[in-house]
Write a protein of this length. Structure first.
Length: 255
């Protein structure tokens, strides 16, 4: 919690909320710059961001309710989002559906260029947002004896655990650097989008093995919801990459 005064009035800001907001701000700024350099209608980024935030929040809460439904006693508890409880993949899916539909309607000629830049910005924003999860004690890992293992005060058990939030942050920063390199050398629009989906889903799938889950949260072959979604995104990314390489025209032949 951060405490300070504005014109004599006390104000408190949750540090976790601060990094959520920072992640959104960083992602928006990066998308704006990438779209501008790509010759896109970059001022439309803000319009899209509002829709992404709305549908992303809706999906994140819905996914949380579906995944942890046994913890709620009534419908009002399911709606009480201010008490915490969001799942990234739910937000990612809803926001992605909104953006794909919106871009297909309004930016069809440069559809793949927009999605390439959007994916890069989302990965970087997610990296920053994971700091919030670490500070909040969400998405923590299983017990660990490694030198960098940490305990989370919110749990109150003093157990040293894998800081899986930090693992994800570092993984996403690395993925962003790789995508930026690939973007500058891409031959076809869409390569960065699907390449990014492959890298992101693979990283999330592997890190999930170190994340703590109640037995009720595990599904097929002891895989979590997030791992099953990661597999879908992984194969979707592979199929998409084959599509853009086999079907799409290269950049030099575009238009």
């Amino acid at each position: 919690m951060i405490h300070f005064n504005i014109f004599g009035y006390p104000l408190m800001i949750h540090s976790s909320g601060l990094f959520y907001a920072l992640g959104i701000g960083v992602g928006t700024a990066v998308w704006w710059q990438l779209a501008k350099r790509a010759g896109l209608e970059y001022k439309r980024v803000l319009d899209y961001i509002f829709g992404i935030l709305f549908f992303g929040f809706l999906g994140a809460r819905l996914m949380y309710v579906l995944e942890f439904g046994e913890h709620f006693e009534n419908v009002w508890q399911r709606l009480a989002f201010w008490q915490g409880g969001l799942v990234f993949f739910g937000g990612f899916i809803f926001a992605s559906i909104y953006l794909v539909v919106q871009l297909y309607i309004s930016q069809r000629e440069k559809f793949w260029q927009w999605l390439d830049t959007a994916l890069m910005a989302a990965v970087l924003g997610q990296a920053v947002g994971r700091i919030s999860c670490f500070l909040n004690g969400d998405s923590y890992g299983i017990e660990s004896r490694l030198p960098w293992a940490v305990s989370f005060p919110v749990l109150g058990d003093g157990v040293l655990r894998h800081p899986t939030q930090i693992y994800e942050m570092l993984a996403y920063l690395f993925i962003f650097a790789v995508l930026l390199y690939l973007y500058q050398r891409r031959k076809r629009d869409g390569e960065v989008l699907f390449g990014g989906l492959i890298l992101y889903s693979l990283a999330r799938f592997l890190i999930e093995f170190l994340r703590y889950h109640d037995s009720g949260e595990l599904l097929l072959n002891n895989l979590s919801y997030s791992q099953l979604i990661s597999l879908v995104l992984l194969f979707g990314g592979l199929a998409g990459l084959v599509y853009v390489k086999k079907v799409r025209l290269d950049i030099a032949g575009r238009g």
